[in-house]
Design a protein around this ligand. Structure first.
Ligand SMILES: Cc1cc2nc3c(=O)[nH]c(=O)nc-3n(C[C@H](O)[C@H](O)[C@H](O)COP(=O)(O)OP(=O)(O)OC[C@H]3O[C@@H](n4cnc5c(N)ncnc54)[C@H](O)[C@@H]3O)c2cc1C
Length: 397
């Protein structure tokens, strides 16, 4: 029988959000997860699954039952012909990479860090950059979902296709993702070139930069004109024995950032990137007391058809702002946050699901053409709201 622990305190990676779940479980098998759900049904408790706990918001928090997936982390199958891998959803991408490497395979795109799980990254619509590349969830070709009533659904384009279309960006609200099958690519090496530029130059030549580099992104340093352009591209030149898939930031950066607050919205690339950044710059110039930490990172992603993907039916530009917490201390940030969020909403942005935002159902109904379709699927799979929490109540009520 699965053992639950009382008195466990959960904190996200950045230590900006936390909770005290009534019971904390670390199941090792599907049967044990089923037991937790049966107990939750019996006692009328809510359930939240947590992966790597990296989301900089309260999306993974609960005061009900928490299921940590860390012990369900095996590679189940590698199909070298199709270049597909099936994993348990609790696997950290950091543990998956070397396993794929043994078969000369890799994921085509990754977020900035790999201490995150397969189930977690798809849940929040994690992305990196590269206009030919979709968010990580677009690499998913199949998944299995354990729903609130204990049913296991095999989902893919040919099986439970409507649930599949929703569950690739699931927000943790459709059930427990048990396994994920990912489309991989042949292992590859990347070369990174970075060079200084100005905001004006980059915004005026966006198309040129997007064409020049497969994984183009740039960092703008607020309170200045300065930009750092970063190109990452495939190469056959192997400079040392270490290679890894594209990730957007060096480790030193995250080691330094003991904890941070992060906001991120997505926009139509061509129409809105320039408008939004110039307006943010103008607001900072007009309000010298509003201090922004740097950088503002700007990345690009191909559109897709996943119901709640922030890139649903539009090629997108991601723009994130950051405030560090030096020595774990809070710094004033709310004016900057509000200014940024107001601009992003005005130009039609959608918030990153993993990150803090003030949007509610009314906003999402406008932002997502398929919002009601997702809601209908959620209500069918989880009629009692077992997988809801405070974050999701703001989204769905
Ligand atoms: C340092 C750092 C760098 C980051 N860089 C990027 C980046 O470059 N790009 C980007 O897009 N994001 C980035 N993020 C955000 C991060 O990728 C997302 O928060 C991602 O969801 C984290 O994965 P996780 O396994 O920690 O998920 P968690 O935070 O644990 O969970 C995320 C959501 O998925 C649900 N969930 C997790 N596993 C399951 C499961 N098996 N079944 C059902 N629901 C589940 C949770 O309930 C929650 O709703 C970064 C975060 C940090 C802290």
């Amino acid at each position: 029988m699965v053992h639950g622990y009382k008195g466990v305190k959960f904190q996200n990676w950045a230590r900006t959000y936390g909770c005290c779940p009534e019971m904390y479980f670390q199941p090792t098998s599907v049967e044990e997860v089923r037991e937790v759900l049966a107990l939750a049904r019996q006692q009328n408790k809510r359930v939240k699954v947590v992966g790597g706990g990296h989301s900089p918001s309260d999306i993974a928090c609960t005061d009900g039952f928490m299921i940590h997936m860390g012990k369900m982390n095996r590679v189940l199958q590698v199909d070298t012909e199709k270049k597909q891998v099936t994993v348990e959803a609790g696997i950290l991408l950091a543990d998956l990479h070397p396993q794929l490497g043994k078969h000369s395979l890799a994921l085509s795109n990754l977020g900035a860090v790999s201490d995150v799980t397969a189930g977690g990254v798809i849940g929040s619509g994690t992305h990196n950059t590269g206009i030919k590349h979709g968010i990580l969830a677009t690499q998913v070709v199949a998944l299995t979902l354990l729903t609130a009533d204990g049913t296991i659904l095999e989902c893919s384009e040919s099986s439970n296709a409507d649930v599949f279309q929703a569950a690739r960006v699931h927000l943790g609200c459709l059930g427990v993702v048990l396994t994920v099958t990912l489309q991989c690519v042949p292992q590859f090496h990347l070369q990174e070139i970075s060079f200084p530029s100005t905001l004006e130059e980059v915004l005026n030549n966006l198309d040129g930069h997007l064409k020049k580099s497969e994984y183009f992104r740039f960092l703008w340093f607020p309170h200045s004109e300065n930009v750092s352009v970063i190109y990452q591209d495939h190469t056959n030149k192997i400079l040392d024995s270490f290679s890894q898939p594209p990730s957007s930031s060096a480790n030193w950066f995250w080691d330094y950032a003991i904890g941070f607050y992060l906001l991120e919205f997505l926009l139509w690339i061509r129409e809105k990137t320039k408008e939004a950044l110039l307006e943010l710059k103008a607001m900072l110039e007009a309000h010298p007391k509003m201090v922004a930490h740097f950088p503002v990172e700007v990345r690009f992603t191909r559109g897709d058809d996943i119901l709640l993907s922030p890139c649903f039916q539009r090629d997108s530009c991601y723009m994130n702002i950051i405030m560090y917490r030096p020595y774990g201390k809070d710094v004033p940030r709310l004016d900057y946050w509000l200014t940024y969020e107001t601009i992003m909403k005005k130009v039609g942005g959608r918030p990153h699901w993993a990150k803090a935002h003030n949007c509610t159902r009314k906003d999402f109904e406008k932002m997502y053409p398929a919002f009601s379709k997702f809601c209908a699927i959620r209500e069918k799979l989880d009629p009692t709201g077992m997988f809801l929490n405070a974050y999701l109540e703001k989204v769905f009520y």
